[in-house]
Design a protein around this ligand. Structure first.
Ligand code: ADP
Length: 264
């Protein structure tokens, strides 16, 4: 496949296919035989109770942890060949924010994947990074040390870093965690913009209430995959009960006529 084709994949092929993914920590399986097909261009939530294996699924898909079994295809080809199509926004809490660096530098780091051997970041990379800061409303903080930013601001910086990677597929681990309502709105607008430009976005999400409003595709996980598909079809009480073990009644969700779950 030529470089050109790699950056412009065939959108009729699923963006992500995971087959038979099994992960165990110290022999205890936390993901069991998970298959996933994510069509190109969807905005997908991965939901499930705490400890369901959501973060583990992202990490194993991206090769950050080694599965006991499993295969990952990105636009039909093995992940190692397609790395440059993928951007990852980890959970904010897992990152060392005391590293002495500015917001702009963190975003610039997202450009390294675009560089050849020993080349330097150019003025153009700097412009691209600055534009990404503008997109997430953080341009005024470009020179601020990252440890002096609020949680929501740090989350925006992470998103800006993912944006400059100019990927086709974005994996995000709880991007709404600990952000205020304005930032949540800004982030969801950004995710929708990405989807409009043909990108595929996969988001670990824990607020069930907002799933029908924010997402068009959903995977319900609890060690095994419970269900996956269009929100209208699979975000049902039956599947939620299967994933959450009957506790779903406490979540204040009501059913629509077609038995899918909608916000009150
Ligand atoms: P979720 O993201 O759905 O909350 P995780 O993928 O973080 O779930 O975790 C799934 C299970 O794996 C949990 O039981 C968790 O305690 C366990 N786990 C996660 N990371 C590790 C690790 N590095 N070592 C051992 N167990 C882990």
């Amino acid at each position: 496949m030529s470089e050109m084709d790699k950056n412009n994949p065939d959108k009729n092929i699923p963006a992500v296919e995971v087959e038979d993914m099994t992960v165990a920590y110290r022999e205890k399986p936390v993901l069991w035989d998970v298959d996933l097909v994510v069509p190109s261009g969807v905005l997908m939530a991965i939901v499930g109770p705490n400890g369901a294996g959501k973060t583990t699924l992202l990490k194993a898909t991206l090769g950050l942890i080694k599965p006991a079994a499993g295969k990952v295809l990105i636009y039909g080809r093995p992940y190692p060949e397609q790395r440059q199509l993928v951007a990852y926004v980890p959970q904010r809490g897992t990152v060392d924010w005391d590293f002495p660096t500015t917001a702009l530098d963190v975003v610039m780091m997202g450009r390294y994947g675009h560089l050849g051997w020993i080349s330097r970041l150019s003025k153009n990379d700097r412009t691209i990074a600055f534009e990404a800061l503008e997109k997430v409303g953080m341009e005024k903080f470009a020179d601020r040390q990252i440890n002096q930013l609020s949680g929501g601001q740090q989350q925006r910086i992470f998103l800006a870093r993912a944006l400059v990677q100019d990927a086709q597929i974005y994996f995000m681990d709880e991007p709404f965690q600990g952000v205020d309502a304005t930032t949540e709105r800004a982030i969801i607008d950004l995710l929708r913009d990405l989807r409009s430009s043909g990108k595929t976005i996969i988001v670990v999400h824990h607020d069930l209430q907002s799933v029908p409003e924010y997402f068009d595709w959903v995977t319900l996980l609890n060690v095994r995959k419970i269900a996956g598909g269009p929100v209208d079809e699979v975000f049902t009480e039956k599947n939620l009960r299967a994933a959450y073990g009957g506790r779903v009644g406490f979540l204040g969700l009501t059913l629509t006529e077609n038995n899918s779950v909608k916000k009150d």
